[in-house]
Design a protein around this ligand. Structure first.
Ligand SMILES: C[S@@+](CC[C@H](N)C(=O)[O-])C[C@H]1O[C@@H](n2cnc3c(N)ncnc32)[C@H](O)[C@@H]1O
Length: 481
């Protein structure tokens, strides 16, 4: 579409959208920008695009406005098994190797960042389902985030038309979907349950963070998203992804987005037909970029499941993360389990617990955290950290007990209500989730929107209120009624 609004207005508008929403509209895309504003205008009660555009530049951007703009300006194009070449490499080489290395702890965290309507996240879940013969013995997190609530709602429903299967392997629908008789297909509950969808805006949310479960990731898919961002914004997002990954973790972007400048902190790993990025933070570690052979065609027989491992008590999938923004320091002379002697070291167990958790060393993190609790039993923040570690280990019942203890010590500990809401939601207890999310909103009324919440990695009260409101809206109506 040819842009018709004045250049000066489109220029200001594109700058405003880049800063507030994160989408980049260079002059050659001003036609798309104008079309999006024209579509959004009736939602803002305007009959013409120009008045709407001028109003947007002066009005404070509320969550509702942000959502409306996001839904009209973002490109949600996606489908199952998109960009097969990288998926083949992942399914045949990278994931099997990663799963082998995790056979003891049986823990895996993957993030579909910019998930649109969910096809990518479900594709990842299906890949894992075909690789792991005993998924119930693993603690697998697949977090899928987007800033378009309409996309997220559709993703959570998991119902798709023909178009979403346009490049999918032949076996996909028969094995993983149920036909609804109206030309639509619904993802089977086993796969649906593997994915947690939530709202996150790359432009103005904080990540990695404990509050949105975005730390200690093994793999981040961010495909066909950064191409719509300015170079500066994309670099900033790539830096955040680097911090959100564990050492050795992988970043997967689309072939069109491969750029060693943009992803300069990462090591590019070249495969025949695809480049993936890897975080190699610790040069002295055991990580290696090994030689990977050319992938085979993506046929059913190429997926070789791992041998089953003996059953373990870890059975469910729950979001939790750690403050990956905390700088990782070298362990001091004190060992986990030993009381620090010097008064300066009093905060040490808590810091060490966080740092170990950031790196995915959960057993060690637990030891440090228990040490922090022994030294100060009445501190709710210590119990809160313990709960997040337990949650990440898949120990939901004990995590719930720790969160209840936090609320016993401090009934106004807003993040404990938030975590309990997320826990209940991920386990399908929507009524309880709703209750805790409502508590969060009530408690947040005591704070100014710009106020940073304690233990929340810089998250403000206003932002948490927006996130929780979006979560409440996405809870299945039937279960809450
Ligand atoms: C083209 S889709 C890509 C979907 C999927 N990753 C794939 O490759 O098939 C781009 C997605 O990025 C999301 N997105 C764009 N800007 C975003 C932002 N600032 N924060 C969060 N999500 C964003 C859009 O809403 C859209 O769903």
């Amino acid at each position: 579409m040819q842009a018709t609004l004045p250049d000066s207005l489109l220029s200001s508008l594109s700058e405003f959208i880049a800063v507030r929403i994160g989408l980049y509209f260079p002059p050659e895309r001003w036609g798309d920008l104008e079309r999006g504003i024209a579509e959004a205008a009736p939602d803002f009660n305007f009959t013409d695009r120009e008045s709407c555009a001028r109003w947007l530049l002066t009005a404070p951007l509320t969550r509702h406005m942000n959502e409306v703009l996001a839904s009209h300006l973002s490109v949600g194009e996606t489908y199952f098994f998109r960009e097969k070449q990288s998926l083949e490499i992942l399914g045949e080489q990278v994931l099997p190797q990663l799963l082998q290395s995790r056979r003891q702890e049986r823990r895996l965290r993957i993030w579909s960042a910019g998930c649109s309507t969910g096809e990518e996240a479900y594709t990842i879940a299906i890949l894992l389902d075909r690789l792991i013969p005993d998924p119930e013995a693993w603690n697998i997190t697949i977090l899928a985030t987007d800033f378009n609530p309409k996309f997220l709602r559709k993703a959570a429903q998991g119902v798709y038309g023909e178009w979403s299967f346009r490049d999918a392997p032949g076996w996909l629908r028969g094995r993983y979907f149920t036909g609804r008789g109206d030309g639509h297909f619904e993802i089977i509950p086993r796969i649906r349950k593997m994915v947690t969808f939530s709202y996150l805006n790359f432009a103005d949310d904080i990540y990695p963070s404990l509050s949105n479960n975005t730390g200690a990731m093994d793999m981040i898919f961010c495909r066909n998203v950064l191409m719509y961002f300015s170079a500066q914004r994309a670099k900033q997002v790539a830096g955040n992804f680097y911090r959100a990954l564990v050492d050795g973790g992988w970043l997967i972007v689309s072939p069109a987005e491969v750029s060693n400048t943009l992803f300069s902190p990462f090591a590019p790993v070249e495969f025949p037909g695809a480049v993936l990025y890897r975080k190699i933070a610790n040069a002295g570690s055991q990580l290696s970029i090994r030689e990977y052979p050319a992938p085979l065609l993506f046929e059913e027989t190429n997926i070789v499941p791992l041998p089953a491992v003996p059953a373990a008590p870890v059975t469910a999938i729950v979001p939790a993360s750690f403050n990956a923004a905390t700088p990782v320091t070298n362990p001091p002379a004190v060992q986990a389990g030993q009381a620090p002697a010097h008064p300066d070291e009093r905060g040490l167990p808590l810091r060490m617990a966080r740092n170990c958790a950031n790196q995915g060393s959960l057993d060690e993190a637990l030891e440090w955290c228990e040490q922090a609790i022994t030294a100060d039993k009445m501190n709710p923040a210590h119990h809160y950290l313990l709960a997040t570690i337990l949650q990440e280990q898949g120990r939901h019942d004990t995590a719930t007990q720790s969160l209840m203890r936090v609320l016993y010590l401090d009934p106004d500990f807003v993040l404990a209500h938030f975590a309990l809401g997320n826990l209940h939601q991920s386990q399908g207890r929507f009524r309880q989730a709703q209750r805790h999310f409502n508590n969060v909103l009530q408690l947040l009324r005591r704070h100014l929107p710009d106020e940073t919440l304690p233990e929340a990695d810089g998250l403000t009260a206003g932002r948490l209120a927006e996130i929780v409101t979006a979560l409440l809206e996405s809870l299945p109506q039937v279960a809450v009624a």
